[in-house]
Design a protein around this ligand. Structure first.
Ligand SMILES: Cc1cc2nc3c(=O)[nH]c(=O)nc-3n(C[C@H](O)[C@H](O)[C@H](O)COP(=O)(O)O)c2cc1C
Length: 205
């Protein structure tokens, strides 16, 4: 099997939020599609063990902000490269609330969807949630941003550090560590499925 085939799938990026018993959290996902119509349903895939899917499982509701071309790396980093188990990701961040009180982005997003979970399938590494859309709004005329653009334009390039010896590579999404100096370019995180471009070097010492 050629794992590089997976890199030719195209995706958009969303901020996914949920809330349960006073704990509100959100994360970044690149796995949202419209799965059905009448009633309109979206499918999202979430890494098991993360806080956001845990809140979705408990509350049965989630809200998506579809990220647009103006989104900054800081926003993606805030929601997608740290866990709500360690920080309050919404503290001091401008958001609006949907009719259930779930946050969606006040800027950097061109549409929002409020959903209620109708089905979920545990796939081992991820849970696939099907959500019926109970509200949807267009937020701006900016085009949506793609996952490919995140890698090519938004994500900062790794700085070369010639003085240090690379001993491994760590997945910045889920923390899996690959032992070895050279990370194969078609390598994918066995825990979350993200590609080699999401790995950061681990240096000796
Ligand atoms: C560009 C990008 C795409 C991501 N796509 C997904 C995804 O499709 N599903 C998912 O569960 N996590 C995805 N993540 C990872 C989560 O956003 C990340 O693990 C987050 O820290 C989880 O936070 P939480 O524990 O607060 O829920 C993505 C992260 C980035 C930066």
């Amino acid at each position: 099997m050629d794992n590089k085939a997976f890199f030719n799938l195209i995706y958009g990026i969303c901020m996914l939020s949920s809330s349960y018993e006073g704990k509100t959290n959100g994360c970044i996902i690149n796995t949202c599609i419209q799965a059905a119509n009448d009633p309109a349903r979206l499918a999202i895939s979430c890494i098991n063990g993360n806080l956001t899917p845990e809140l979705i499982k408990k509350s049965g509701i989630f809200t998506l902000s579809v990220l647009d071309q103006t989104v900054s790396f800081d926003t993606i980093k805030r929601f997608g490269l740290q866990s709500g188990r360690d920080v309050d990701k919404f503290e001091g961040f401008p958001v609006l609330s949907d009719s259930r009180g779930l946050p969606y982005l006040a800027s950097e997003a061109d549409a929002m969807f409020s959903c209620r979970v109708t089905e979920s399938i545990d796939l081992g590494s991820h849970t696939l949630f099907i959500g019926e859309v109970v509200d949807a709004r267009v937020l701006s005329a900016e085009p949506p941003v793609s996952y490919a653009e995140y890698h090519s334009r938004i994500k900062p390039r790794a700085k070369s550090e010639p003085a240090k010896e690379i001993v491994g590579w760590k997945c910045s999404i889920f923390g899996f560590q690959y032992e070895g100096k050279e990370l194969p370019e078609d390598f994918m995180c066995p825990w979350c499925g993200h590609p080699a471009s999401d790995f950061e070097p681990v240096y000796a010492g």
